[in-house]
Design a protein around this ligand. Structure first.
Ligand code: ADP
Ligand code: MG
Length: 256
């Protein structure tokens, strides 16, 4: 079944066409990657799909619902959850608290319940603490749970972002360059985590600059260049594609 279907998606910023009639289908349960050089339009594509930026033209269908003009909080509530290219977390909270925030966004309660603290709320909070620990173990940050998030090395901050996104209960997880700034060892650890997430049945749409990572773990890859989709296929097909090789050779010196 197709979980995400994008048709003719276009974004113009003044004179610049950042996305030009992009169409693609992401199968439920798959690990789909969007790659392309810096400035190709990858983040713009994510911003439209996740409702952070209105499109100029085209349509986006998620789980059979047209979400083209839907607000981003409604889209997230449907299970389409994203991370950001730059780390966005609460520096002055602990690692565990950062993940707990992800759970709290979708639980009942609110300010009134927080003041009175009825038994069901205390049970819910305990439940969230346990689940947050499980997610931290899952991404390999169990030992750092009580550290201030701001003190985590950069590579671990990226893993924390993934754990927090998982707390929101994604059906489709959009990861925007999660490996940017990571060393080879950290990238391998992240690749494992992404594969385990996908192994849990969560569909993953991954933006990456690093072709090596993507060809190792993705089932299917779309390539953007100057706002256009220039290729789509399996990792083997993409590695051999002359337009892809040309697009990357032209930008070899750029880095994320
Ligand atoms: N809010 C914006 N206003 C104007 N131009 C933008 C905006 N966001 C992105 N762009 C431009 O759109 C193009 C694609 O950017 P982006 O989607 O961030 O690429 P990528 O994520 O592939 O590096 C770039 O030329 C960028 O400068
Ligand atoms: Mg980007």
């Amino acid at each position: 079944m197709t979980l995400l279907s994008v048709r003719g998606l276009t974004k113009r910023f003044d004179g610049l066409t950042a996305n030009s009639e992009i169409s693609l289908d992401v199968e439920e349960g798959s690990l789909f990657a969007v790659i392309g050089p810096n400035g190709a339009g990858k983040t713009t594509f994510f911003n439209m799909v996740s409702g952070f930026l209105p499109s100029t033209a085209g349509s986006i269908t998620f789980a059979g619902t047209d979400i083209t003009t839907m607000r981003q909080d409604k889209i997230a509530a449907m299970g389409l959850i994203r991370t950001f290219q730059l780390v966005q977390m609460f520096q002055n909270m602990t690692v565990a608290e950062n993940v707990e925030v992800g759970f709290h966004l979708k639980t009942r309660g609110g300010v009134g319940a927080a003041l009175v603290r009825p038994p069901w709320l205390r049970r819910q909070e305990e439940d969230i603490r346990v689940k947050a620990r499980e997610l931290l173990d899952f991404v390999g940050l169990g030992a750092q749970a009580d550290m201030d998030a701001g003190l985590l090395p950069y590579g671990q901050q990226r893993l924390l972002e993934v754990a927090r996104a998982m707390a929101a209960g994604p059906r489709l997880l959009l990861l925007d360059e999660p490996a940017a700034g990571l060393n080879a060892h950290e990238t391998d650890a992240l690749a494992d985590v992404i594969q385990h997430i996908n192994g849990r049945g969560i569909t993953v749409l991954l933006i990456e600059h690093d072709v090596g990572l993507v060809t190792r773990i993705a089932h299917r890859i779309a390539v953007l260049d100057f706002g256009c989709k220039i290729a789509e296929g399996t990792p083997d097909e993409i590695k051999k594609h002359p337009d892809v090789i040309a697009a990357y050779l032209g930008t070899e010196t750029e880095n994320a």
